[in-house]
Design a protein around this ligand. Structure first.
Ligand SMILES: [Zn+2]
Length: 65
């Protein structure tokens, strides 16, 4: 039995378009925030924070908890 490797048929142009659209949203401040559970402590201030990371552009923001 050989390994079957399946390649996803992705249209590079379409993907690029999607990414461009997403970045436009981010530029307008519409980030897709998700909470990063691993980094919830701000070393600088020594306080517990919630780290949000944008799924699209990887921008991060923190809020004090
Ligand atoms: Zn973003």
């Amino acid at each position: 039995m050989g390994d079957v490797i399946r390649f996803k048929k992705a249209n590079p142009k379409e993907r690029l378009k999607e990414k461009a659209k997403a970045v436009t949203l981010c530029r307008h401040g519409h980030h897709k925030w998700t909470i990063d559970p691993k980094k919830q402590f701000d070393v600088k201030s020594g306080k517990l924070v919630t780290l949000y990371r944008c799924q699209r552009c990887d921008t991060t923001k923190t809020t004090l908890t």
